[in-house]
Design a protein around this ligand. Structure first.
Ligand code: KIV
Ligand code: ZN
Length: 502
């Protein structure tokens, strides 16, 4: 399997170790959907389940084997014939099947879990590998609680299972106990003391009980492991497993390590959302790589530095993990620079705007809200007491008559350059009458191409958001208006579009 010495294989166990978490159980169709996304992401191995544990798990391994063809499909067993028979049967449709068998390696497990001795455990490990080898060529052996196992005994066990036919040897830090230095040293010890180690790939499987899963995994690969076992979003038993996205981005960011995976990182955001939604497991906002705030800069100093040169505060490209752009979150602590960035992103030409006025009103609004959305900015720009535009038109008065017996009529007053202008017009409805009245004051040929009204939240007392697209001299301009009065919201949207070209 191993050709390129710098290639790190990715073994995803979201559907096995991850799915063991109470409340995270998935149906087989959901597992297939995630498995297909993992295939697209470029993982090398999918641990599809523990077939002996339940008929559902058995069936899922069968269905995943049929649905996914690129990655190796792996099934977990304990070191006994019944488990291995079940795994072999569940893997019968897999194009590339792997049996993952193993037993405890620490004295703690040997004594208190198996009530056994090192010699007996060693024999069971070897027997399990030999038995599994009758069914499939690719056998991964796990030495459970290897993190706390005696290195000399661990090396003896690993040498014996490789001699019995194991192609991959998994060194789990089952309880998330190790420090990165210790775990890295353990891998190096195996590299240097297991005679036949080059006949197998060393795999690292770290749990996050002390928050060290990713650090330990990286220490493992720096010291010679070439497979990482991990889950999307780091889900898993207790504090979870190593997060796939974290290790993949560490290798991508730290080029000097000269290690690489086959992972297409631009799928991270999407697959993270998918796993979180299906497993009903929210991602913490500050989670590295995939958390909502992972690329969001909110303090004024950081935002300013980021906008001057993004690498001042960014070590990865958000696009590389599937985000469209870095989130400069607007809050009461954001500066003018951040506000300007967002207004430009929304299509406003800054030279035409009273940026100081808009910024003052932005601060008042931001004090009331945790963060400012695009709709909030559009609201600020279109519903100003003063015009947001240096040479803008502002609605001073709107009076509309409409209903069954009258031809709709609008009377308006607009303020422009310190002057007030007024006009009346009729139309086929109140909005049409208002638009006609405004156009008669502007005195230009303006085509209204699109007009949509949307309630912001629902309910007859709601604020309406109006979106208009107008064409002036062959160019399109978008305008937005907000009000509890839909005619006023429409007038504001129309003026917002007009102010963009005048
Ligand atoms: O954490 C662990 O030791 C495991 C093994 C079953 C591989 O998940
Ligand atoms: Zn585990």
């Amino acid at each position: 399997m191993l050709h390129d010495p710098n290639r790190v294989y990715v073994f995803d166990t979201t559907l096995r170790d991850g799915e063991q978490v109470p409340g995270c159980q998935l149906s087989t169709p959901e597992k297939i959907e995630i498995a297909k996304a993992l295939e697209l992401l470029g993982v090398d191995v999918i641990e599809a389940g523990f077939p002996i544990s339940s008929p559902g798990d058995f069936q899922s391994v069968i269905e995943l084997s049929k649905a996914v063809k690129e990655p190796i499909i792996c099934a977990l067993t304990r070191a006994n014939k019944g488990d291995i028979d079940s795994a072999a049967a569940a893997l019968k449709y897999a194009k590339y099947p792997r049996i993952h068998t193993g037993i405890g390696a620490s004295d703690m497990h040997i004594k208190y879990k198996f009530n056994s001795t090192r010699e007996q455990i060693l024999e069971r490990a070897v027997d399990a590998v030999k038995y599994a080898k009758k069914f499939v060529e690719d056998i991964e052996f796990y030495a459970e609680d290897a993190g706390r196992a005696d290195n000399e005994f661990l090396a003896k066990m690993i040498e014996a299972v490789i001699a019995a036919g194991a192609t991959v040897v998994n060194i789990p830090d089952t309880n998330g106990y190790c420090l990165p230095e210790q775990y890295g040293a353990k891998i190096l010890y195996l590299k240097e003391n297991v005679k036949n180690i080059d006949n197998a790939i060393i795999s690292v499987h770290c749990h996050n009980d002390l928050g060290l899963a990713t650090a330990n995994t990286v220490a493992g690969i720096i010291n010679g492991a070439r497979q990482i076992e991990c889950t999307i979003n780091g889900i898993g038993e207790r504090a979870g497993n190593t997060a796939l996205e974290e290790v993949a981005m560490i290798l991508k960011t730290h080029k000097a390590l000269n290690l690489h995976t086959n992972i297409k990182s631009k799928h991270f955001t999407e697959i993270s959302h998918m796993v979180s939604r299906m497993m009903r497991m929210p991602v913490q906002p500050n989670k590295a790589i995939v958390g909502k705030n992972a690329f969001a800069h909110s303090s004024g100093i950081h935002q300013d530095g980021f906008l001057k040169h993004r690498e001042n505060y960014e070590i990865m490209n958000p696009e590389d993990v599937g985000l469209n752009e870095a989130g400069i979150i607007l809050t009461a602590r954001s500066g003018r620079h951040a506000l300007k960035h967002h207004l430009e992103r929304l299509g406003y030409e800054i030279e035409k705007i009273n940026l100081d006025d808009v910024y003052q009103r932005f601060l008042v609004l931001a004090d009331d809200k945790l963060s400012i959305s695009d709709d909030d900015l559009l609201f600020l720009m279109s519903n100003s007491d003063k015009s947001a535009y240096k040479n803008g038109y502002k609605l001073n008065l709107l009076h509309v008559i409409c209903g069954d017996n009258d031809k709709p009529n609008a009377h308006i007053k607009l303020q422009h350059n310190g002057e007030e202008k007024e006009a009346s017009a009729t139309g086929n409805g109140p909005v049409n009458a208002t638009v006609n009245a405004i156009t008669s004051i502007i005195g230009k040929i303006i085509e209204l191409k699109e007009f949509t009204i949307q309630a912001m939240h629902g309910g007859s007392d709601d604020v309406s958001k109006v979106n208009m697209r107008v064409v002036f001299e062959g160019k399109s301009y978008q305008g937005y208006g907000f009000s509890t009065d839909i005619v006023k919201a429409s007038a504001n949207a129309y003026l917002d579009a007009i102010n963009k070209f005048l």
